[in-house]
Design a protein around this ligand. Structure first.
Ligand SMILES: [Zn+2]
Length: 61
């Protein structure tokens, strides 16, 4: 199953490759469209895990 990358700052799957940052190609950099995070770090998870985490939060007792 394909994994998804989520932002390490806001935990949202809003990351996209950040290209042409500072005028040069940065293939290992990622930009978050949610919180404007830019960096090389990201969290890679299975989509199932992401859904489970969401359920756990919504069912907080
Ligand atoms: Zn973010």
């Amino acid at each position: 199953m394909a994994r998804i990358r989520i932002c390490p700052r806001c935990k949202q799957p809003k990351l996209r490759p950040a290209t042409n940052v500072s005028g040069w190609l940065a293939p290992e950099m990622f930009e978050c469209s949610e919180c404007k995070y830019v960096g090389r770090f990201y969290i890679e998870i299975d989509p199932e895990d992401y859904e489970l985490e969401g359920e756990a939060k919504s069912k907080k007792e």
